[in-house]
Design a binder for this molecule. Structure first.
Ligand code: ADP
Length: 485
């Protein structure tokens, strides 16, 4: 019998415990898919304040473990875990670091001590494995917040019996967030100064945690094949394209899967009416509920709803949305936007909404229930992203027959097949150039096809038949782990 593979996920968020974006969906769902393939996965995450009030109860597993960092970060922490065996999570609990209202910062900026917080968290991997007597074959790090675990494994933990032979994988969910900190805090990390160099964690005089991970991890992957190539170019490499090209032999892309147990119009408990490919009736009821929730004008029910659910960040193409909005709103459409993020976009949306009463519905919030209602009730989903490592919303949208209009970048290329009106094939609309003209052209094409009562139902059928479940992607991760060890 093949030996059972043991993997430790080290991640700063994971559903259902903490989420700011797609990373959480992956960390919350990939472990289950791997378990189905016979892999033993444990997930290590910080114990955020919100977990204390959460619906899932937790209990202490071990007390007074110590982060193996130099003074003053050689601090004690407790290890917590959900009391239900359904979740393979463990939590690093140290309130001064993690009992905050947000995960990484407020709209005004990042928390001042993110270096301390996530160095502490990454260093906790060793004492946690010791306390649990868990000998992982692979330490699977996610983004800059846990990239240091790969650095520690290679440079500090080689002699540790519990980690003997362990390899590291770093998954980059978004290269733009790198964990940059001033060099005068380098001593906190417990790493030799020889690593603070161009072939190490140094980046134009600063500490770059993600770069450290890219250099030290045994393998690196991104969350779509297209993005894994794009990050090796100056356009989307965010200054790390050279380092990534240097490691190109171990860089790959694995498309994220999605959890259809959560995101299926047939069973979704968060939407008022269920529907399916064969029976679309419920979608009209969901559209009505969505219009109600966003204060849209009931008399417009025949017009399509174009929706966005997003972090309000430059990445997501809101500058393009701002530029096309007047022309778009001049048409017979309704637009719904749900998001939180940068304050400049909060202000902009609050200014725009009153200009189009009953036609533009905006909610500045992070609200999962509303996200489900939008996927179910809208007709099109807009993702004019500047770049998109994978993107989950276009995948969810397709399942709900909500047709994506996105920019041809990253995971959007790998998941959306452009509509061909002649053959009736295709699942959405893509535009190449990052410009308002190109975006508007795609919108006009999509709106024209929406009017075509023969074509649109076909597009909906095509989209709803897509299957991006974790099965395929989990198998790809398993192959990658096996190649590593
Ligand atoms: P990213 O990880 O770059 O933010 P993704 O499309 O990969 O983008 O994943 C975003 C996830 O976060 C999706 O599950 C989406 O529904 C969710 N999400 C984003 N913003 C909100 C919001 N304001 N309210 C509810 N869910 C949101």
């Amino acid at each position: 019998m093949a030996k059972q593979l043991r993997v430790l996920f080290v991640a700063s968020e994971g559903v259902p415990f903490a989420k700011t974006g797609g990373l959480a969906d992956v960390v919350g769902t990939l472990p289950d898919a791997l378990k189905d393939l016979g892999v033993e996965v444990k997930v290590l995450m910080p114990y955020y304040g919100a977990l204390k009030q959460g619906k899932i109860s937790t209990a202490t597993v071990a007390e007074d473990l110590e982060a193996p960092l130099p003074y003053p970060l050689n601090l004690a922490f407790d290890l917590m875990a959900p009391t239900s065996p359904d979740y393979p999570f463990y939590f690093v609990a140290r309130d001064e670091f993690f009992e905050r209202s947000q995960l990484y910062g407020t709209p005004k900026g990042d928390y001042f001590d993110n270096l301390e917080r996530f160095a502490f968290f990454s260093a906790a991997v060793l004492p946690v494995c010791q306390a649990l007597d868990f000998h992982p074959h692979v330490i699977h790090c996610h983004d800059w917040q846990s990239a240091l675990a790969a650095v520690y494994l290679k440079n500090r933990w080689q002699g540790e019996p519990v980690l003997a032979g362990a390899k590291s994988l770093l998954t980059i969910h978004n290269l733009a967030y790198q964990g940059l900190f001033p060099q005068d805090r380098y001593h906190l990390l417990g790493l030799d100064w020889s690593l603070f160099c161009i072939d190490g964690l140094e980046y134009y005089g600063q500490i770059n945690l993600l770069k450290g991970g890219i250099i030290c991890a045994d393998a690196i992957n991104t969350v779509s094949p297209t993005y894994s190539l794009e990050i090796q170019t100056p356009e989307l490499g965010y200054g790390l394209e050279g380092v990534l090209r240097h490691r190109a032999a171990v860089v790959s892309g694995i498309l994220n899967g999605v959890d259809y147990a959560e995101w299926s119009p047939e069973t979704d408990p968060l939407i008022p009416a269920h529907f399916s490919r064969k029976d679309l009736k419920g979608k009209a009821a969901d559209k009505a509920a969505l219009m109600e929730a966003f204060g849209l004008d009931r008399s417009r029910a025949q017009a399509p709803i174009l929706a966005m659910i997003s972090r309000l960040a430059d990445q997501k193409g809101f500058d393009l949305v701002a530029q096309v909005l007047p022309q778009l709103m001049a048409r017979d459409v309704m637009v719904v936007i749900l998001g939180t993020g940068e304050e400049k976009y909060h202000r902009w949306l609050e200014k725009e909404a009153p200009k189009y009463p009953g036609k533009l519905g905006v909610k500045i919030a992070f609200n999962n229930q509303l996200a489900h209602l939008i996927e179910a009730g809208a007709d099109m989903f807009l993702m004019p992203s500047r770049y998109e490592p994978c993107g989950l919303n276009q995948i969810y949208s397709m399942k709900y027959g909500t047709i994506p209009v996105g920019r041809a970048t990253g995971g959007l290329v790998d998941t959306i097949t452009p509509v061909n009106p002649k053959t009736g094939k295709g699942t959405g609309f893509l535009f190449e150039e990052y410009s308002p003209e190109a975006f508007l052209k795609a919108l006009h094409t999509a709106l024209a096809d929406y009017e075509n009562q023969k074509l649109w139902p076909k597009i909906m059928q095509n989209a709803m038949s897509q299957d991006f479940s974790w099965k395929v992607s989990a198998r790809a991760y398993l192959d990658l782990y096996n190649r590593l060890i």
